[in-house]
Design a protein around this ligand. Sequence first.
Ligand code: PMP
Length: 300
Amino acid sequence: MKATKYIWKDGEWLDWDKAQLHVLTHSLHYGGAAFEGIRLYETQRGPALFRVQDHYRRLLFSAEQLYMEVPYSVGELVAVTQELVAKNQLTSGYVRPIIVYGSGQMGVTPSAELPVSIYIAAWDWPPLLGSKPIRLSVSSFKRLPSTSIIPEAKHTGNYLSNQLASQEARRRGYDEALVLDQDDYIAEATAENIFFVKDGKLYTPQLGNALPGITRDTIVQLASDNQYGIQVVNWKMNDLKDIDEVFLTGTGAEVIAVSEIDDLQITFDFGPITRTMRDMYLELVSGEIPDNYNWLTYIH
Ligand code: PMP
């Protein structure tokens, strides 16, 4: 990871190396932190954040679900992020806000005395899964049931099962895991939503057992605004036999083709719809096509 100069914490600018937490930080012990991942893109008009307001709305929702009191609005967090990017002289990269319950009290229930802190870091981080089609392995770890977590939130504790799945896939020699829910319905990957293409139409698993990804929503909107059929489905692995194309979507990974899923023993094309969706997405985030949705927030 390429360090930058500053990390913002509760209104202060800390040197990158000074943004540290006590070992008895409550969120570290029990997984109760809220976080986000936001991308910054280089455009002709200078660096721009993509759907930053939507990311901060989700962050504040995640924090609220943990009863954290956060004294900042979406607008204030966006302004801080613009300043952070400028101070760190980034032209593209990734922004990671995280809200934690601090130290001073142990036990699963965070007491009212526990401080809540918000940190925002930003650094240069290329697409997580590269740009070539990737290979997925169906995980033996099932997605945590939506009755045990808040599936719309990005809470660090939700990611233990994703981490186990992702480590398993990589140890099996694959690039990423495909995670099924408790009833074997296809849910998502460990940090991406999934789309399928069949006969020119797009399909994606229903929410409830997948994070409502902002990139997923972007693709759904781009597809419907460009007259592609799109349908939300509840599919199992044996529904994938006649699929033509598969791709993943996420802030970190962007839009990435899938060439193979282990269980199916079949391969998919990096086909025309995946290419079109990937190209449209990359053109949109980098300001090469008109930002009709007002999704770009420029730094200056
Ligand atoms: N699912 C999971 C589990 C994720 O962590 C992410 C990344 N935030 C996504 C899907 C994709 O979400 P987004 O497009 O908002 O980054």
